[in-house]
Write a protein that binds this ligand. Structure first.
Ligand code: GDP
Ligand code: ZN
Length: 397
């Protein structure tokens, strides 16, 4: 992002929603006027017409990006200048949600209704893989020939994964504005991996979404006590306030509860391959017909071959973002200090650690380790913490 872009984003962030919207509308109107033939433009706003430079030139062939016009408005804004108020042109830009994203293109579900196939403005296209994700709220401009995503609006939440790339790892936002992340684990095949769950929980909280734990394939358990026993081991999560649901896509048990937990929300399902995510989605809405393991194996090709990301709309007002990268989302740029704050059961016992910056591993008089010994903090969670800590290089301090 250029310095100018950064300044503009900060400037926009200081404005209220209404004012920001009005600005984009005004910029879009000016942009449109610049694109019109000169004859018609005479009647239009005079903004930019006395300019020799960039915008007029751009205006002859293409009108420039909306962000460029917003930038102009920013430059114009001076205290007490009393810039002439443009009447608002309501249809100039519309807001919507990105429901599908492919190379250089997006499909946007407009707030006003309907879907629009859009190109991405050059600034966004260049940084697409880090700057735009399914679920993002965007401002879209539309002319007779083309619809374009002009700006990405502020995100409520963002799930990211670390892309090692060539050199320095880059944060890739893989889903935006997600309300709930369902961490799916199976009763067996594959066996429950608690550390993976803990890792997901940290990443979910960092991204600002709400976690839900879903124990899938409960039909594979031989008895009711076996289910109770397994749920008991998930007790520490329940104590942390994380909803724990038990489901089977085969018997249908627990599906109403899952449906209720997700209604009206945008969510994402994460978990190891084979835990039954696609089967759960199919069970929630049979119209989806997502590929599950048997099907993909029977036709002898790999799963999740799609490179596009999309937002699925399920029965019961449930929105699910399905992207190839979602299954690997990890811990971006997490420091060793930060990690301990995501293990909330440490919060209270940490009050009695001798050192304020106690890492709860080797220090004497550690309240957390005492709590683990006394059974107040689940050993399995403490074990996860230690292993996660060990996986973060010292250098990131
Ligand atoms: P994903 O990789 O997480 O999307 O998992 P899939 O939905 O493809 O399921 C993996 C395998 O588990 C498939 O063979 C499914 O038939 C099976 N499976 C999924 N859900 C259930 C369930 O609730 N009960 C049982 N018995 N098998 C299931
Ligand atoms: Zn400590």
């Amino acid at each position: 992002m250029g310095k100018r872009d950064k300044k503009r984003r900060e400037w926009l962030a200081r404005k209220g929603d209404h004012e920001r919207r009005a600005l984009y509308q005004r910029a879009a109107r000016l942009r449109k006027a610049a694109a019109e033939p000169a004859r018609r433009r005479r009647k239009g706003p005079s903004f930019g017409e006395d300019e020799e430079g960039g915008f007029e030139r751009l205006g002859r062939r293409r009108s420039g990006s909306l962000e460029e016009w917003v930038e102009r408005l920013r430059a114009e804004e001076a205290p007490g200048s009393g810039a002439p108020q443009e009447p608002e042109l309501v249809e100039a830009t519309t807001d919507g949600t990105v429901i599908w994203l492919g190379p250089g293109r997006a499909r946007v579900l407009l707030d006003a209704g309907g879907e629009l196939e859009c190109l991405l403005c050059p600034e966004i296209a260049v940084t697409q893989r880090s700057d735009l994700a399914v679920g993002d709220r965007v401002a879209v401009s539309e002319t007779e020939e083309v619809a374009r995503v002009e700006a990405v609006l502020a995100r409520r939440t963002a799930l990211s994964r670390l892309d090692p790339g060539g050199g320095r790892p880059i944060e890739r936002v893989i889903a935006a504005n997600v309300d709930a992340v369902v961490v799916v684990v199976a009763t067996r095949t594959p066996p429950l991996r608690r550390r993976l769950v803990d890792r997901f929980l940290v990443a979910v909280e960092r991204g600002g979404a709400r976690p839900i734990l879903c124990l899938a394939k409960i039909d594979l358990l031989e008895s009711e006590p076996a289910l109770d026993e397994l749920l008991e081991t998930l007790g520490p999560y329940r104590e942390l306030g994380i909803p724990v649901l038990a489901c089977s896509s085969v018997s249908g048990r627990g599906l109403p509860e899952l449906r209720a937990a997700l209604a009206g929300r945008t969510c994402v399902l994460v978990g190891q391959s084979g835990v039954g995510k696609s089967s759960l989605l199919n069970a929630l809405d049979p119209r989806l017909g997502l590929e599950t393991r048997e099907i993909s194996q029977s036709v002898g090709k790999g799963r999740h071959t799609t490179t596009a990301s999309e937002l699925l709309r399920l029965e019961g007002d449930i929105r699910v973002i399905d992207t190839p990268g979602i299954r690997e989302f990890g811990l971006f740029d997490l420091t060793r200090e930060e990690l301990r704050w995501y293990f909330h059961e440490f919060d209270a016992p940490a009050q009695s650690c001798r050192f304020g910056d106690c890492s709860h591993v080797h220090e004497p008089d550690c309240g957390v380790r005492e709590a683990v010994a006394a059974g107040g903090v689940a050993e399995a969670r403490y074990d996860s913490y230690q292993r996660l800590l060990a996986s973060i290089p010292e250098a990131s301090r």
